[in-house]
Design a binder for this molecule. Structure first.
Ligand code: FES
Length: 163
């Protein structure tokens, strides 16, 4: 790991990664990549190439392998996002139960398109694949919370509750 990259990961993030890596044999450190990226994102708000490279170097894995992980999972943000990331599931169950209307309502209310962030930096709108809450379709996620069986009225109430 280069000195430059070492300084990109804060001591707090490195400590969290090190603690997480205790679960894996030394030769399987790369198994901790999901958590390592999550720790960086929690601290920075999103993931840029430099920070992903730093994670790759820290875990001793190819940088391209980290990009593959970060671009595959919708939980990672590859550009700056608003304080609240609204992830709308548009996979099959949610689609059959009106996710298109949910998305259209949010686009209109927030005045942004998918991947857009509101002018005040408050909300970013994302469209994502199944989040495993099909029974409550249509649904969306904000932070660590799921909101299910959405209606326009429920969506308006959710938006009003965001600080
Ligand atoms: S299809 Fe939307 S949560 Fe599964």
């Amino acid at each position: 790991m280069t000195e430059t990259n070492k300084t990109l990961l804060s001591a707090a993030v490195r400590a969290k990664i090190d603690a997480w890596l205790q679960r894996y044999p030394e030769e399987h450190k790369r198994s901790g990549v999901l958590e390592a990226l999550r720790y960086v994102q929690e601290e920075r708000g999103w993931l840029n190439e430099e920070w992903m490279d730093a994670v790759a170097d820290y875990l001793g894995m190819p940088r391209i392998a980290v990009y593959e992980v970060a671009t595959f999972y919708s939980l990672y943000h590859l550009k700056p996002v608003g304080r609240h990331v609204i992830s709308v599931c548009t996979n099959i169950s949610c689609m059959l139960r009106g996710s298109e209307e949910v998305l259209a309502h949010l686009k209109k209310r927030l005045a942004v398109d998918v991947h857009g962030t509101t002018a005040d930096g408050k909300c970013t709108l994302k469209e994502v694949e199944c989040l495993g809450a099909c029974v409550g379709a249509p649904m969306l996620q904000i932070g660590k919370k799921y909101y299910e069986n959405l209606t326009p009225e429920k969506i308006d109430a959710i938006l009003a509750s965001l600080e």
